[in-house]
Design a protein around this ligand. Structure first.
Ligand code: ZN
Length: 561
């Protein structure tokens, strides 16, 4: 009986993952011990080499949701986001002072000065730009620095294992990339003691007895930075250098005790970094790689977040940054978009046209389902519940908050003077029968935000027909565009609109006046648009009329100049 019931239950993807991680840990003694000591660690990392693009935010939100889902299942879980600040500075972001920053190419990002005062380094500046937004996005993450982990000696044990097993690691590279691509380098990148660069050093000998590596700082090691030629010998421990990326990724799993870490799908390809890291983790470090990978199957990463169809890249400086994106639309809506899109689907976002209104409408729909105001099947209900809960950036409201449609908000935002917009909107909503009580502080705040974003959207991204500039007075040319029947119908409508009316009353009246003149309702609409906007089309007429001052509309329809 129980099994039968389970089959009809629908589990949201985050909850399914949380459950699978729990099961996996319960079956593995290494993981079991780690989780007992540190809890379930959900981990992600980012190299702060410039503006961080919104695609990275998809990963953070996925990881945040998984950690939340785990906690909701009673698991002691947290999301840790690490700044890979010991990675080399490998390219100048555009808009950056080339003369000042060029000498730092090759230096660990945490040792490059910040482009803006008030931050400890280049890495600190770019990483904090994002992290400071986390509250707005409801992302709960513990932040750490990979460089500090090295300084603290956390990587020492795994650095020694990597260096002792350099042959084995080389064989893994050979197996995955073929003989020609095999690297002869030791799996360690020292920081040059003379010039401070990490991107230019070549370690060629490991002395396991004295525990030192010999290296050269090569002038021609990489194209983007020049080494100083220094030859040296250094201990590979305590922050004197780092493991190469794919080895480092594998080492982080035991260092931090990671049980879940996903990444973009490009890492999960046959020759992708995840494939190499999983092999190193299993064969060299003897540590089970985090979900969704196992030693047998690396699993799948999440799909890209595209803006206007183009994959964004941090290093090339194209696309929209996370911070810029968060100014374009409410953070909660961006979070909502990422939560509702399953990780295996590409998000192709274009701020132009209807995308933003569509998202607002979709959010409102999910909210109505959550509060039981819209009937859907069980699966739809579970999805809506989890999407709504996981999209939350603060405590969930106890009952459905009052909202207006985004379309209506965009009309109010365009029609009303900004300084009195909120109060005037509330008056209009009461007058037109949309609102019959006082708003709570939360609702007022939400309404204000919606009006602000609607204004921005109307200005920047709205299609022509949604943009509204009222005619200040009626030019004669406009009057000439109307037939006598249209004029007469409008006058009748104008009389009716002298008093406050509900949407459905106005709609009925449009039909009455059209019938009286023997014209189509469409002709009444066109006449109304011409009188208000000087063109025969516009946003949905009735909400539009309702967003305007009633005396103004009545007078205009009575054709009074
Ligand atoms: Zn050097």
């Amino acid at each position: 009986m129980k099994d039968k019931k389970r089959k009809t239950e629908w589990t949201y993807w985050t909850d399914k993952v949380a459950k699978e991680v729990k099961e996996r840990v319960s079956k593995n003694p290494i993981l079991k011990k780690i989780v007992k000591e540190r809890g379930y660690i959900v981990y992600d990392e980012k190299t702060p080499s410039g503006k961080i693009h919104v695609g990275s935010a998809r990963g953070w939100i996925i990881h945040d949701c998984i950690a939340k889902a785990m906690r909701q299942q009673g698991m002691n879980a947290k999301f840790i986001l690490s700044s890979d600040d010991i990675d080399p500075f490998d390219g100048l972001p555009k808009d950056m002072d080339a003369k000042k920053f060029k000498p730092f190419l090759g230096v660990p990002l945490r040792n490059v000065p910040s482009p803006v005062t008030g931050y400890s380094s280049f890495a600190d500046y770019f990483f904090r730009q994002c992290v400071e937004k986390f509250d707005e996005f409801g992302i709960e993450a513990e932040i750490e620095s990979t460089g500090s982990r090295y300084d603290n000696g956390d990587f020492n044990k795994w650095t020694k294992i990597a260096l002792d097993n350099a042959d084995k690691i080389q064989k893994i590279y050979q197996r995955i990339y073929g003989d020609t691509a095999a690297s002869e380098k030791l799996p360690f990148q020292p920081i040059c003691e003379k010039c401070g660069k990490i991107g230019t050093t070549f370690a060629y000998e490991w002395d396991p007895k004295r525990e030192v590596v010999k290296y050269t700082c090569k002038p021609d090691m990489v194209e983007w930075a020049q080494g100083c030629g220094h030859k040296g010998e250094v201990s590979p421990y305590d922050g004197n250098g780092k493991l190469p990326w794919k080895v480092e990724w594998a080492a982080k799993w035991p260092v931090v005790g990671v049980t879940y870490e996903s990444a973009g799908k490009d890492h999960f390809t046959k020759g992708g970094s995840r494939t190499v890291s999983v092999a190193i983790s299993c064969e060299v470090f003897k540590f089970p790689p985090p979900y969704p990978s196992t030693c047998e199957n690396i699993g799948k990463g999440y799909e890209f977040f595209l803006v206007s169809g183009k994959k964004m890249s941090t290093s090339k400086g194209i696309g929209v940054s996370f911070v810029e994106m968060s100014e374009m639309m409410p953070p909660q809506l961006l979070r909502f978009l990422m939560v509702k899109s399953r990780p295996e689907t590409t998000i192709d976002f274009s701020p132009e046209g209807d995308t933003i209104p569509f998202l607002f409408n979709e959010f409102d729909r999910i909210e109505r389902i959550y509060f039981g105001l819209k009937k859907v099947d069980e699966r739809g209900k579970t999805n809506a519940k989890r999407i709504y809960e996981l999209s939350a950036i603060a405590e969930l409201p106890k009952q459905k908050p009052f909202r207006i449609s985004f379309d209506f908000a965009s009309m109010l935002a365009q029609a009303l003077p900004k300084d009195r917009r909120l109060e005037r909107s509330i008056q209009i909503l009461k007058r037109t029968g949309h609102l019959d009580r006082e708003l709570t502080d939360f609702e007022r705040d939400e309404l204000k935000k919606r009006l602000d974003y609607a204004e921005l959207w109307a200005k920047e991204f709205a299609p022509e027909n949604m943009r509204v500039t009222l005619l200040k007075e009626i030019p004669d040319a406009v009057m000439g565009k109307l037939s006598d029947k249209q004029k007469s119908a409008l006058k009748n409508l104008g009389e009716f609109l002298k008093a406050s009316r509900t949407d459905s009353d106005i709609w009925s009246m449009v039909r009455v006046v059209a019938k009286k003149e023997g014209i189509d309702t469409k002709e009444v609409f066109q006449a109304a648009y011409i009188m208000l906007l000087g063109r025969p089309y516009g946003p949905r007429l009735i909400p539009f009329i309702q967003s305007l001052d009633e005396d103004f509309v009545a007078k205009r329809f009575l054709l009074k100049k």
